[in-house]
Design a protein. Structure first.
Length: 281
C-alpha cells in the first residue's frame, strides 16, 4: 500500500490499493506533555548545581571498609586510615617471674598474672617526652600537624626561591655555603653560625612549646598564631578550617616527597622538573 495524503479534521488516511479507503477506527493525534520537574527537597541544592547532594555518610579513606574502633571520627580529617594499627590503644601484660631454682629438675616459666592499659594521651612536664605513650593517637596527630605545616612552608618556599633566583632548591645550599645571602643582601656571618643559631632558637621554641599540658592547645595554640581569630572558638567554621589544614598538610608532605624524588631522578628542582615534563609533549 502507498500513502496518498493526510487530510480531514480526524486525520483519515486514504490508501491506494484496490480502490477502497481504509475502514479502520479513526485515530486522533495525541500530544505528549512532559511531566513537571520534581521539586527538590530543601537543603539539596548547592552551588555545584541543582540537585547536588553532599555525601552525609561516613567518609572513609577506602570504600567498603570499616572504621577502626579507636578512630571515632572526632579528629579533623579522620578517615579511618590506620592499616597497621599504630594508634591502636596498647595493652601490656603482666608476667610473673620465671622459676630460677637450680636444684629443681624443671623450672616453670612465669605466667600472665594481669594486664595494664596506660593512659596514652596524658601530657607531663617532661620537655623531651611529654606524652605518656609514644604510640598514642593524640601524639600522632600533633606530629602530623607539625610535619604538615613545615611541609607546606617548604613546598611554597622551594617554588618562590626557584622563581626568584632561577636556581634549583637542591643547589641553593651550595650557593649559600659559598656566599651567604638573604634577599640579595650579604650576611655578615657564615652559614655555620646561622645553622648554630637556628638550632638554638628552634630548640628553645620546642622546649617552650612542650611546657603546654593541654593536648588541644599544643596543636592549636591560638593567640598570636591566630591574629585574625579565625579558628580559636568551637564554631563550625573552626572545625572546617582545621579539617582543611590537615588536608593541605597531608598533600604538602606527599608533594615534598615528590620534590625529592624528582630532584634525585632528574637532577632538577621543582620548576626544572616541570619544564622537562612539559618538553615531552
Amino acid at each position: 500500500m502507498q500513502v496518498v495524503s493526510l487530510f480531514g479534521n480526524q486525520g483519515t488516511k486514504l490508501l491506494k490499493g484496490k480502490g477502497t479507503a481504509s475502514k479502520g477506527p479513526v485515530k486522533t493525534a495525541v500530544k505528549k506533555v512532559a511531566a513537571p520537574l520534581k521539586k527538590l527537597a530543601p537543603g539539596t541544592e548547592r552551588s555545584g548545581g541543582a540537585g547536588y547532594r553532599q555525601y552525609d555518610g561516613d567518609a572513609l579513606w577506602l570504600p567498603n571498609t570499616t572504621r577502626p574502633a579507636w578512630l571515632d571520627g572526632s579528629l579533623p580529617g579522620d578517615r579511618g586510615f590506620d592499616p597497621l594499627g599504630l594508634s591502636k590503644p596498647v595493652e601490656y601484660l603482666q608476667v610473673d617471674l620465671d622459676e630460677l631454682d637450680q636444684n629443681a629438675a624443671k623450672n616453670k616459666a612465669g605466667s600472665v598474672i594481669g594486664a595494664f592499659t596506660p593512659v596514652a594521651d596524658q601530657v607531663s612536664t617532661d620537655s623531651l617526652q611529654p606524652y605518656s605513650e609514644v604510640f598514642g593517637l593524640q601524639r600522632f596527630r600533633e606530629c602530623e600537624l607539625i610535619h604538615g605545616r613545615w611541609a607546606m612552608l617548604a613546598c611554597l618556599g622551594a617554588l618562590v626561591q626557584e622563581a626568584v633566583t632561577g636556581d634549583s632548591w637542591v643547589a641553593a645550599q651550595t650557593l649559600v655555603y659559598e656566599n651567604p645571602q638573604y634577599a640579595g643582601v650579604n650576611l655578615p656571618f657564615s652559614i655555620y653560625t646561622l645553622a648554630i643559631l637556628n638550632s638554638l632558637l628552634m630548640g628553645g621554641a620546642e622546649l617552650y612549646r612542650n611546657t603546654e599540658l593541654d593536648p588541644e592547645r599544643r596543636c592549636y595554640p591560638g593567640g598570636v598564631f591566630d591574629p585574625l581569630n579565625l579558628a580559636s572558638d568551637d564554631s563550625e567554621r573552626t572545625s572546617k578550617l582545621r579539617e582543611a589544614e590537615i588536608k593541605h598538610a597531608r598533600l604538602a608532605m606527599v608533594s615534598f616527597l615528590g620534590y625529592a624524588v624528582q630532584a634525585w631522578y632528574t637532577g632538577e628542582g621543582a620548576l626544572g622538573s616541570l619544564q622537562k615534563f612539559s618538553n615531552g609533549f
